[in-house]
Design a protein around this ligand. Structure first.
Ligand code: GAL
Ligand code: ZN
Length: 660
């Protein structure tokens, strides 16, 4: 560990049966030994509660802890992340083991932080969860079934509930099309998971009030609204496994970039998730809790990280606000499903491997970046990526039947040009405070919760620039359509009425033609696909029009002056080239601060961290070729090498430089 420059280890995840081999019988001697060894070596421990993988004895004795799937099948014991969050027996056993851990290690010199469970996720449809759901609903709807029936629009298909007990969670063998039910169920799953998290935290907060806690998130994982977890946690952390070197074939991969697997696209998409993690606590640095030193074992193809890519990928996280780089896993498991997953120490058992050397290099790099700890990314721009909005979009039947409407990818597509320009950008929910931003991008803001339109309105009134797109302002927080014309409560702010939306077959295209002398200074034509909305410009002026079809000549891009600011509306899904030109023009117009005011070659980006006084510029080359960047007249210290740099500098393939 010392050779690798690793000063912190996460311990104890999934170790429940080793800690408690039989109910009430505890064995901490092995953990004592490791904790003591690490402390003696000056290495800190992030100690995990073991609750993400349960012992067989627990499932055998308390079958209620086993999950029930949406189709109402009770699962057998097996795998991990598979317990019922509601079951009192599980909560009781969790309370006991967590208390034991806290009592035993409360003043251990190695204990740095708590790692709660692992990657919370999934849902349970058991009888206990159904009861908890109904209790949750009673609370939400003031114990009044009429309120619920109205919010869910249940009279449709004669679905009106006449007793609370009739309500069941969504199921493929039952109700799956009642949108109000589905969205409330998803909200409940988040709340119930947090309720379980609170059970986990209770003994830790009581016994170790000064030890910070985190739980490892999964980026844009759709199952849980991470914003709701924030107040329970002291630090945000997440597990990042980008699919590097996928060269366009990202089938089945977690991070598809619109079919383009070029590494800088993968990097931008990863940066989007880093942006969420940093924004969750208002810019406070986060932790990269897991990354693989080499390959994962669940991507479609496990290409080795090319020399330098591990370092580049690690420092990408730091560039976007991570204060740590950690690994899954230290040493390869000898057996079972992760025996071929990357690790710092391979089965060969020594430090004489390429991977180990790459890890050691990152370790020594990080030592030189101590000044960055605690600094943040000074964002004047934010993109709204909202979990509830995503749930509602995914559920909606239309304008394309059951086809992925690509909400997440659309947000990433709007983020990409800003990232390539080196514009510090937060990724926020629609409930966040907008007042620190100058540009807000809200792609496909389909759901508008109460108060959001008003807050966006005052943001623009006070001089902000807002970008909205097709399919916005369609439903309220209950997933009920706004009456009186779309985009509902945004109509006045955007100065348009969106009367209809046309869906295109995958191979169909339309075009967008820029108006002459428009205020963006953009000329020419761009390709459209998927969605074209037909608008009436009310107070807005038209910047571009449709090229073809029966709505040829109708507005496709508008801008509305509103108070001191401006609200743009992009009525159709448009190619990347347009988004690049569009955001370059907005960035110029607003004079937004860029990490580095230089023309960067494709695949090279610059990112910024700052404490308000000192700034640190990360130059990252995601191409496999050497690149040249012109730093201009200014002189910088390159922190990783200690050298002074200015003028035209060379970047090696997959190189990274940190300029102070
Ligand atoms: C993570 C998980 C780890 C390990 C890793 C493999 O999602 O937390 O335990 O399974 O994936 O990539
Ligand atoms: Zn359950």
């Amino acid at each position: 560990m010392k050779l690798a420059g690793c000063n912190t280890m996460t311990l104890g995840i999934f170790s429940w049966v080793t800690l408690e081999p039989r109910e009430g019988e505890f064995n901490f001697s092995w953990l004592d030994r490791i904790m003591d060894d690490l402390a003696r070596s000056g290495i800190f421990v992030i100690l995990a509660t073991p609750t993400a993988g349960k012992p067989a004895w627990l499932a055998q004795k308390y079958p209620e802890v086993l999950r029930v799937t949406a189709d109402r099948r009770k699962r057998l014991h097996g795998l991990r992340h598979n317990h019922c969050y509601t079951a009192p027996a599980y909560r009781k056993c969790v309370g006991i083991i967590n208390r034991k851990l806290a009592e035993r290690y409360r003043s251990h010199p190695a204990l740095l932080m708590w790692h709660i469970s692992n990657e919370y996720g999934g849902e349970c449809h058991c009888r206990l969860c159904q009861e908890a759901f109904r209790t949750w609903l009673r609370r939400k709807y003031d114990n009044n079934l009429d309120n619920l029936n109205r919010a869910w629009w249940t009279a449709f298909w004669s679905h009106t509930y006449t007793e609370w007990e009739q309500i069941e969670s969504p199921s493929p063998i039952g109700e799956s099309l009642l949108h109000g039910l589905t969205i409330d169920w998803k909200r409940f799953v988040t709340d119930q998971t947090i309720d379980f998290l609170r059970t986990e935290l209770a003994p830790l907060r009581e016994i170790t009030p000064d030890v910070p806690v985190t739980t490892n998130f999964m980026g844009t994982y759709p199952g849980l609204n991470y914003w709701k977890f924030v107040e329970q946690l002291d630090v945000i952390s997440w597990d990042s496994y980008p699919c590097w070197h996928s060269n366009g074939d990202t089938t089945g991969c977690g991070h598809p970039s619109d079919g383009e697997g070029r590494d800088w696209k993968v990097a931008a998409d990863t940066a989007f998730s880093h942006g969420i993690m940093r924004s969750l606590k208002g810019g406070k640095p986060f932790m990269l809790m897991e990354s693989t030193p080499s390959v994962s074992n669940w991507h479609p193809v496990h290409k080795l990280k090319r020399p330098g890519m591990h370092r580049l990928s690690s420092l990408l996280a730091v560039a976007h606000g991570s204060d740590t780089v950690q690994y899954f896993q230290w040493r390869k498991s000898r057996g079972s499903s992760e025996k071929l997953h990357g690790a710092v120490v391979d089965h060969t058992g020594s430090e004489h491997t390429r991977i180990f050397r790459e890890v050691a290099r990152v370790g020594s790099d990080l030592r030189k970046l101590d000044d960055l700890v605690g600094t943040t990314v000074p964002a004047e721009t934010a993109i709204i990526y909202d979990w509830e909005n995503r749930w509602a979009i995914d559920d909606a039947m239309g304008p394309v039947y059951k086809r992925n409407k690509k909400y997440e990818q659309t947000c990433k597509n709007h983020h990409y040009p800003l990232w390539t320009l080196g514009i510090p950008t937060d990724v926020i929910s629609m409930d966040c405070d907008f007042s620190s931003y100058r540009l807000i991008v809200a792609p496909m803001l389909y759901m508008i919760r109460e108060g959001v339109a008003e807050r966006l309105g005052s943001f623009v009134e006070q001089g902000g620039v807002l970008v909205c797109t097709y399919w916005s302002g369609i439903v309220d927080q209950n997933d009920l359509c706004f009456l009186g014309g779309f985009p509902g409560p945004l109509r006045k702010l955007l100065g348009i009425w969106a009367e209809e939306i046309d869906a295109l077959y995958p191979q169909e295209r339309n075009g967008l033609i820029m108006e002459a002398n428009n205020d963006l200074g953009i000329t020419g034509e761009y390709e459209l696909r998927d969605f074209c909305e037909i608008l009436h410009a009310e107070s807005a002026h038209v910047l571009a029009r449709y090229k073809g079809d029966f709505y040829k000549g109708e507005p496709a891009l508008t801008a509305n002056n509103y108070g001191g600011g401006k609200a743009y509306y992009l009525a159709a899904r448009v190619e990347e080239r347009f988004l690049k030109d569009f955001y370059a023009s907005l960035v110029d117009g607003l004079s937004l601060r860029r990490a580095l005011a230089a023309d960067l070659p494709e695949g090279v980006t610059a990112q910024l961290r700052s404490d308000g006084h000192r700034s640190y510029i990360f130059l990252l080359n995601f191409t496999q070729s050497p690149q040249v960047v012109d730093l201009g007249g200014r002189k910088y210290v390159e922190m990783l090498s200690g050298s002074k740099l200015g003028g035209r500098i060379d970047l090696e393939p997959f190189d990274v430089k940190v300029l102070s």
